[in-house]
Write a protein that binds this ligand. Structure first.
Ligand code: FES
Length: 75
C-alpha cells in the first residue's frame, strides 16, 4: 500500500544498520518497530557506508528498496 507520496529524508551514521519498514504498520516509519511480526513481511536492512542524508522511499513502490527512485512522481 502507498504510505506517502514522497521520500523520508534520513540522516544516517556510517557503519550503522537501518531497517526500512515494509508492513505499513510501524509507528516509527520509515523504520521498522517490530510490528511486522504479525504479518508475513520482513523489513529491508541496509548499512550506511558514510555519514549522509538518504531518501528512504515512502510510497513503497520503488524498485531500489529501501531508497526512493522517483517512482512516487507517477502515482
Ligand atoms: Fe517511493 Fe520516491 S517515495 S519512489
Amino acid at each position: 500500500a502507498i504510505q506517502r507520496k514522497g521520500p523520508f529524508l534520513v540522516e544516517v551514521v556510517a557503519g550503522r544498520t537501518y531497517y526500512w519498514w515494509t508492513c505499513g504498520l510501524s509507528r516509527r516509519r520509515p523504520f521498522c518497530d517490530g510490528t511486522h511480526k504479525s504479518t508475513a513481511l520482513e523489513p529491508v536492512a541496509y548499512t550506511a557506508t558514510e555519514p549522509t542524508t538518504v531518501e528512504q522511499c515512502g510510497c513503497k513502490q520503488t524498485a531500489t528498496r529501501p531508497f526512493c527512485d522517483g517512482t512516487h512522481e507517477n502515482l
